[in-house]
Design a protein around this ligand. Structure first.
Ligand SMILES: Nc1ncnc2c1ncn2[C@@H]1O[C@H](COP(=O)(O)OP(=O)(O)OP(=O)(O)O)[C@@H](O)[C@H]1O
Ligand code: SF4
Ligand SMILES: [Mg+2]
Length: 387
């Protein structure tokens, strides 16, 4: 899926790098100090919202690796154009994990696919910008974007079988991906593939090198997909429900692995999940999505401990707890609107316990409230009504 550039082969494991990273020869990568990265400019024309979105406090001193600014995705249909994503702005720093959470249909996967340049036609980016390092990537030609995807952005999807070729041995698939992106010979590629298998926790990789995907368990298959995504030491990994298909105990291991790899290799991650538990365990910040918009974004502990937006509060209330004294499971009445039936004003108003008259007429913008951002007339900071 992805692999490192020619300089990769000479990339030494850093002193103090983990055994896993060293085993894979995938130490702290050079991107962070690379010329384009070091000179990473704020994209011209960045909206106030995008600039305010910034990155998490612990990454505040760093230039964001990924910056999405005012992204709008439309899906033309015979009955008109559906607005699937509306004014999505966020940034992710190197080594930072930003989780996207929300109910089914919120637009989480579309956000990841838009960043990857993999929107299914006729879906299209109708407005906004996507910047990776100092480079704008949403307007690249398909061939160039394939290179970016292979080399700089890795992808991990829910079903590992979708990313693996059932007819090829695991080792062959890794070697093929590595050699697609790296100028390395067969021996080097084999060593690197074995190192990656070790790095993602595959025991006795030599013995499993010639196995086929069906001979692996679901958890082991997903580890291989992660290894494939890391072949090129991507600067960014987009992981869409990477553990949803796995048993709970395996889920925890895979999440731990992703987190460790991000920390050690300074890889940024856009993590899509419907599971707030996964966010709590893995992400640094969380963006809560509703009906194609971000309604609240902030540090995970802030948002989980003190959710501000009524929808986030509803989501938190719906998390089961082991403490029986907290009463029955809260539910958000109603359902996420379909794209062709998005209510006027704030899309959440038909379900919102706090709605006021203004909510039915005009949608609130996402504005800064302390270190987080919230889009709500009532719970968010005061904002002017657009004329
Ligand atoms: N190709 C398409 N054509 C029409 N509608 C689409 C298409 N792709 C996505 N959608 C719609 O866009 C909305 C957002 O979809 P998306 O897949 O991003 O949701 P999600 O938040 O990832 O949900 P889930 O948790 O179910 O995966 C949904 O209403 C979906 O039906
Ligand atoms: S803007 Fe209004 S309807 Fe929307 S979440 Fe806030 S209070 Fe509820
Ligand atoms: Mg999805």
């Amino acid at each position: 899926m992805s692999a490192a550039g020619p300089s990769q082969g000479a990339n030494p494991a850093p002193p103090g790098g983990s055994a896993a990273a060293q085993a894979a020869s995938v130490g702290a990568h050079q991107f962070a100090a690379g010329p384009s990265q070091g000179a990473n400019p704020a994209p011209p024309g960045g909206s106030a919202a995008a600039q305010a979105a910034g990155v998490g406090a612990q990454h505040a001193s760093e230039a964001p690796l990924l910056r999405v600014d005012g992204l709008r995705v439309e899906i033309p249909t015979r009955r008109g154009v559906l607005l699937a994503l509306d004014d999505i702005s966020f940034a992710i720093a190197p080594g930072e994990i930003l989780g996207f959470v929300g109910e089914s249909g919120a637009g989480k996967s579309l956000t990841g696919m838009a960043v990857l340049g993999l929107l299914d036609p006729p879906g299209r980016i109708a407005a906004g910008e996507v910047w990776l390092g100092g480079r704008r990537i949403d307007q690249l030609a398909p061939r160039e974007m394939r290179r970016v995807r292979g080399k700089e952005i890795g992808a991990v999807f829910q079903d590992p079988l979708m990313s693996l070729n059932p007819l090829l041995q695991i080792g062959e698939q890794l070697i093929e991906t590595i050699q697609t992106h790296l100028a390395v010979d067969q021996r080097e590629a084999t060593e690197r593939a074995l190192g990656l298998m070790r790095a993602v926790g595959i025991p006795a990789p030599e013995a499993r090198f010639t196995a086929y995907p069906h001979q692996f368990s679901g958890g082991m298959r997903q580890r291989i997909v992660i290894a494939l995504a890391l072949c090129a030491e991507p600067r960014l990994v987009v992981a869409d429900e990477p553990t949803t298909a796995l048993d709970v105990s395996i889920q925890a291991q895979v999440l731990q692995l992703l987190r460790q790899l991000c920390r050690e290799q300074r890889t940024a991650m856009l993590l899509v999940t419907h599971d707030m538990g996964v966010i709590a365990e893995t992400a640094d910040r969380v963006a809560v999505m509703y009906a194609g918009r971000i309604v609240e974004i902030g540090a995970v502990e802030d948002v989980i401990q003190a959710p501000v937006h009524p929808y986030t509060r509803g989501l938190m209330g719906a998390i089961p707890t082991l403490d029986e004294t907290v009463g029955p499971l809260a539910q958000i009445d109603g359902a996420m609107p379909r794209l062709n039936a998005r209510p006027e004003g704030c899309a959440f108003h038909p379900r919102c316990p706090d709605a006021i008259a203004r909510c039915r007429e005009q949608g609130p913008r996402l504005v800064a409230q302390g270190p987080r951002q919230v889009a709500c007339w009532v719970a968010g900071p005061p904002q002017e009504v657009a004329q």
